[in-house]
Structures are given as C-alpha cells and as structure tokens.
Design a protein around this ligand. Sequence first.
Ligand SMILES: Cc1cn([C@H]2C[C@H](O)[C@@H](COP(=O)(O)OP(=O)(O)OP(=O)(O)O)O2)c(=O)[nH]c1=O
Length: 202
Amino acid sequence: MIILASNSPRRQEILSRFTDISIVSSDIDENNDYYDNPIQLVMALSFEKGIAVALENPSNIVISADTVIDFNGEILGKPQNREDAKNMLQRLSGKKHKVITGYSIFKLEKNIKYTDYVVSYVFFKDLTEEEVEDYLNTEEFWGKSGSYAIQGYGSLLIDSMQGSFENIVGLPISKIADDLKKLFGISLLKEVLKNEKSGDEL
Ligand SMILES: Cc1cn([C@H]2C[C@H](O)[C@@H](COP(=O)(O)OP(=O)(O)OP(=O)(O)O)O2)c(=O)[nH]c1=O
C-alpha cells in the first residue's frame, strides 16, 4: 500500500481517489531559509517530509509533497496571520503567479529516492479591497500557500489557470501517475479498477 506522508486533507483526497492509501503525518520544520530558489526549496522540503517516513517503512512506496507560490521570484508560503494573508492577496491581485509543487517518491528497500516538481500558472482577477476582506472572512486562507484555495471560494478570485489543477491544490497526480508507472510499473487507472472505486460520485 502507498503511504502518503502528509497532514494535508487535500493531498489525501486527491491520492485516495485512485488507490487505497495510508496516511503517516510528517512533522518537519517548514521554516527553511537555506533556499531562495523556490524549486530547490519545494524539492528539499518534500524530500525531508518523506524520508523520515520512508526510513520507518522501507518496503512501502512513500509519497510526500510541498507547495509554494513563486511571485516574480519571491516565495510566498502559508500566511502567519490575517494581515499576512491580506498582503499576499493584494499583491497577487490582477497578476499572474506560479504555483510550484515539489514531490518525492521513495521505496527504500529498492533504493528508490525520487524527487521532481511541477509548475502551474494562476491568473488573479483585479480584486477590490472589499472582495479581499470578504474572502478573508471565509477563513479559507489558513494553511494555504499564497493564502487562497483554488478548489474552494478562492475559485472566485481567479480569472484563469494554466497547467495541472491538482498541482495547485498540492499534489500533481498526473505527473506522479507517470512516475509510478516508470518506477514501479504501477498504473493508477488499474488501481482504480482493482479497488472498484466508483466514478459515479464524481
Ligand atoms: C495554492 C493552493 C494551495 N493549497 C494548499 C496545498 C497545501 O496543503 C498547502 C501548502 O502547504 P504545504 O506546506 O505544501 O503542505 P501542508 O503543510 O498543508 O501539508 P503536509 O506538509 O503535511 O503535506 O496549500 C490549496 O489547498 N489550494 C490552493 O489553491
């Protein structure tokens, strides 16, 4: 069984659509000042999140991920407080930014330690002060990189996007499916059929 090393309900929801998973939470310090390159940062953080869990479970496939926003070269993570969130949303307003998710896949008994990343683009609408305040009042911004959730009320803030939607939500499932095929010969569609997951509710 695949282990997802994550506390993120979004990541759990995405991966569990395709295969049975078990969750092992990974608590690492995400305040990492070593990297000013967002790609290096998300790859390093995802590796760190996953490796501790992989060492405990060497015979399992372990997947971990980390998501940040790259706003003209500046890294935006999760907001510390409402003020911080307001500031991020006002800066993203009317502009394009990158959402970068780094992810790692491990199976240590086979000496597999794989890390990669996926970039998506999000174009924000011009937001009024009132719209920003109303969105903040939904409290959805907590725990979200860039202070919004494209899968939630944040969809109203967004003009358009380019690339993988699931990557923005935190797990680039299409790319990970390709990697699972390459690394282990596992097909997520075959997993869906094997586990008789129903497509009816989607
Ligand atoms: C941009 C964006 C981010 N997010 C979320 C995905 C991630 O959960 C979160 C970024 O924080 P992360 O640090 O990547 O992940 P996490 O702390 O939530 O979970 P874990 O480290 O245990 O795996 O932002 C959305 O849900 N929607 C969005 O539109």
